[in-house]
Ligand binder design. Structure first.
Ligand code: SAM
Length: 292
């Protein structure tokens, strides 16, 4: 018998878990949301309406899925855990605008899935309470594959959210901040206490909203090179750019670095964490021009 219910309260969550004999797998980052207010905040940040689609990653027992289906035209939810597939089919047997895709989001062809599921809609956003053990690979996959997304609104570990939104000059700013901000505008929506999950995670959480840019904020000659340059400058955080870049260009070429940096107005004794996206772009261009 289908069970069309409000899944986001502690009691309902426990009822479903008991009914299906479900046990949480820590290795899959299974921390289910049990708080309607947080769910509402996540959905509202995604700016969905009846013309838009939502791609959810990791529906669990469908707490967020259900809210999304009430707001968006269509929801496609990718779930890796085969034990959850029949549970979701049962819970959503009478809900027509939800499609559950069984698979590992890191392995799926998301572009093809989006084309199949969201044809004709006015926009699609990713909305999810992500499994924390794979947050960065999932987000980098969404961004690097340049999927046609409007927003990415995700619950993630607070510390990772702060790194993504960090501005130059602080200790949180690093290659993840540069990568995310190259593709998106970032907004920290709210900090979330661990009491809104079953089971409760050991870390604090936050909801972050990434609005995907139509154009990168800086002009870059070669994206791969740009990101290699960024990685190189953050290779050892406590080292200066000159020292980190020596490892990158090779010791034999180290004498070329000071004049190259001087030409683009970057003091060689600065650290990577002080460079803006624009300065990394200038640096990457100068390195390409010098043959590195
Ligand atoms: N959305 C639900 C909620 O908020 O209550 C569950 C969120 S739980 C933090 C993460 C979910 O992602 C789990 O259902 C887990 O099985 C699923 N998951 C973990 N790794 C995954 C992967 N590589 N691909 C797809 N789903 C995954």
């Amino acid at each position: 018998m289908s069970m069309n219910i409000d899944v986001a309260t502690p009691k309902r969550t426990r009822d479903i878990i008991n009914k299906y004999g479900f046990s949480f797998k820590k290795s899959l980052g299974q921390n289910f949301l049990i708080d309607q207010n947080i769910l509402r905040k996540i959905v509202s940040a995604a700016e969905l309406d009846e013309t838009k689609g939502a791609l959810e990653i990791g529906p669990g027992i469908g707490a967020l899925t259900q809210q999304l289906a009430q707001t968006a035209a269509r929801v496609t939810a990718v779930e890796i855990d085969d034990r959850l597939i029949p549970i979701l089919s049962d819970i959503f047997a009478d809900t027509k605008n939800i499609h559950v895709e069984h698979g590992d989001v890191l392995k799926l062809d998301l572009k093809a899935l989006m084309e199949r599921q969201f044809a004709g809609l006015s926009g699609v956003s990713v909305v999810a309470n992500l499994p924390y053990y794979v947050t960065t690979p999932i987000l980098m996959k969404l961004l690097e594959e340049k999927l046609p997304l409007e927003h990415i609104v995700v619950m993630i570990q607070k510390e990772v959210a702060e790194r993504m939104a960090a501005k130059p000059g602080g200790k949180e700013y690093g290659s993840l901040s540069v990568a995310v901000q190259y593709y998106c505008e970032t907004e920290l929506v709210c900090i979330v206490p661990h009491t809104v999950f079953i089971p409760q995670p050991n870390v604090d959480s936050a909801v972050i909203k990434l609005s995907v840019r139509k154009q990168p904020p800086v002009d870059v000659e070669d994206e791969d090179h740009y990101f290699r340059t960024v990685q190189a400058c953050f290779a050892q955080r406590r080292k200066t750019i000159a020292n980190n870049l020596t490892a990158y260009v090779g010791k034999a070429n180290r004498d070329q670095l000071a004049p190259l940096l001087e030409k683009i107005g970057i003091d060689p004794s600065r650290r990577g964490e002080t460079l803006s996206l624009q300065e990394f772009a200038n640096l990457s261009k100068a390195l390409i021009a010098a043959g590195f």
